[in-house]
Design a protein around this ligand. Structure first.
Ligand code: ADP
Length: 518
């Protein structure tokens, strides 16, 4: 059972699949090439045999004559050649091995005269062994040949009784010594057993070479795939060495510019992002402990002082009052953190409804007039009559409150804070601008981070403000509403936050419902 599981695992493995594909490709190519080669070989051997027969045919026409002097006398075939010349004798003997001469009616000529001696039939014993040609067949072939071009060669393959293949060439030959030459049917042949032997030999060699090649392909494929995958294994091992405590490790690039390098690059980028997240979490834990420790230390100090030095009830009351203020700050931090983590983990669902942003902003600006007057800052708003958006009113109030309180907080006396609302096609822009101290450009990318305060901004932790969480909330609220936030700031001149939210059309006649601030 386990073995089968192991086999299945190996079969699914990349190395095995690469090897199998390689061997399959190898086998298919081998079969295709061998098939093509075999076809060509057969054709070449066939062409050669036909060429040989064509030569024999010409030779035969030179040496063979048919006697037709007297119609009543039996026809005779004369082979006229120089018997003392071994070349001529050989050629004639070769032709006479497989041959048949017949008249146009299909009657085989009975007498053959070789030069001067040896009588015998004008059909070789081998041709007889092939079954001869019946007169009806010969007559038809003569007729067909005469109907077409009389000199066209015809080739057929025939088998002897023992199964030996022969290529036969047949056609017409004219007794051209006569004024009105009559056609004779002649067939000559040659054994194809040599061709068959060559093909057989080739098939046997192929039968041996094919499995050997496929095995070789498998072995080679296994080695090549192993080599190719070794780099992947190296990368995997390098990746395994990366843990939470050494996220700064990177997989070295192979500088090959291939897919694996791309994978390494992607992996390294992912590790970079992970490292940044880990760093953020670490920083966050440090910040949280720091933020919590400060009020706890203060409470402890106040209580200790009260315990050891307080003499009157007023002393005790003052210490307890201070401690309570710090406890307030502590619970404010804890509440804000809880809310933020709920928001970012998606547990805080938005309660959207159609809201006239002008009225909502108008109310908020009204509320902030008192703190603005207290800080001697001039707060004004430029709002159209109506502007609608589908938003969560509680969160939009929280967002604008954070921006307004920051703007007033960081604007010196006699400064200005402006609130604007600008409808833009299918979006709405809320702008909170001040003429305050501004934010140095190097701090801009961090102001939305949790607990981030621009160093030297003078917002020392106090029970009311300066947690460094306000803009983190703003960023989340904007994101949750599919909006965008943009900040422009110039130190000494002021800061401008622009929030763009999806707008909403109000159906004609419909009175928008305004959700009351919770
Ligand atoms: P805080 O509770 O400290 O205001 P925020 O997250 O709201 O925290 O803001 C982060 C930091 O960004 C602030 O400490 C301040 O340094 C800077 N900041 C925010 N708004 C303004 C502004 N309008 N002008 C100048 N600095 C600002």
């Amino acid at each position: 059972m386990r073995r089968r599981g192991d086999l299945r695992r190996i079969a699914r493995g990349l190395r095995f699949q690469l090897t199998a594909s390689f061997a399959l490709f190898f086998a298919v190519m081998l079969i295709a090439f061998t098939g093509l080669f075999r076809e060509r070989l057969i054709k070449t051997l066939n062409d050669q045999s036909q060429e040989l027969l064509n030569q024999e045919w010409s030779t035969m026409k030179g040496y063979m004559h048919i006697d037709r002097v007297a119609v009543t006398k039996p026809l005779k075939v004369y082979w006229i050649y120089d018997a003392s010349d071994p070349d001529e004798t050989n050629s004639v003997t070769e032709i006479q091995k497989v041959y048949l001469v017949a008249d146009a009616n299909g009657h085989a000529i009975n007498e053959v005269i070789n030069d001067t001696e040896s009588n015998g039939p004008a059909e070789s014993s081998t041709y007889e062994d092939l079954g001869g040609d019946p007169p009806a067949v010969i007559t038809k072939r003569v007729r067909d040949a005469l109907a077409g071009k009389p000199n066209t060669p015809f080739f057929i393959t025939r088998y002897s009784k023992s199964g030996e293949p022969f290529l036969i060439r047949y056609g017409l030959v004219y007794d051209d010594r006569h004024a009105n030459p009559a056609p004779f049917y002649v067939a000559i042949g040659t054994s194809l057993s040599n061709n068959a032997k060559i093909l057989n030999g080739f098939t046997w060699i192929y039968a041996g070479v094919f499995p050997a090649s496929v095995i070789l392909g498998l072995v080679l494929g296994w080695i090549v795939a192993g080599r190719a995958l070794r780099s992947v294994r190296d990368v995997a091992q390098a990746a395994q060495r990366i843990t939470g405590s050494n996220l700064s490790l990177r997989i070295p690039s192979r500088q090959a510019g291939d897919e694996l390098d791309y994978l390494i690059l992607t992996f390294n980028r992912m590790t970079e992002r992970l490292e940044a997240s880990f760093q953020q979490i670490k920083q966050f834990s440090t910040d949280v402990s720091h933020e919590l420790r400060t009020p706890i230390t203060a409470i402890r100090g106040q209580l200790e002082v009260a315990l050891f030095t307080a003499k009157t009830v007023d002393h005790y009351r003052e210490a307890m009052f201070n401690a309570l203020q710090d406890i307030d700050r502590l619970s404010q931090i804890v509440r804000a953190l809880l809310l933020l983590s709920q928001a970012e983990s998606g547990q805080l669902a938005l309660q959207k409804s159609r809201l006239n942003l002008c009225r909502a902003l108008h109310d908020l600006v009204d509320q902030f007039q008192i703190p603005a007057e207290a800080a001697a800052v001039h707060l004004s708003a430029d709002l159209p009559v109506e502007c609608y958006a589908d938003v969560d009113r509680v969160q939009i109030d929280r967002m604008v409150t954070n921006l307004l309180s920051n703007a007033i907080k960081f604007t010196p006396e006699k400064g200005h804070v402006f609130v604007r609302l600008r409808p833009r096609q299918d979006r709405v822009e809320i702008v909170v601008e001040d003429t305050g101290k501004g934010i140095p450009v190097e701090h801009l990318p961090h102001i939305f981070d949790r607990f981030y305060r621009v160093p030297g901004s003078g917002t020392a932790p106090s029970p009311e403000q300066g947690l460094g969480l306000g803009l983190s909330f703003v960023a989340w609220i904007v994101r949750a509403h599919d909006g965008k936030i943009d900040v422009k700031s110039e130190p000494g001149k002021g800061t401008c936050f622009t929030i763009s939210l999806p707008g909403a059309d109000v159906p004609a006649g419909a009175i928008p419902e305004v959700v009351e601030h919770a």
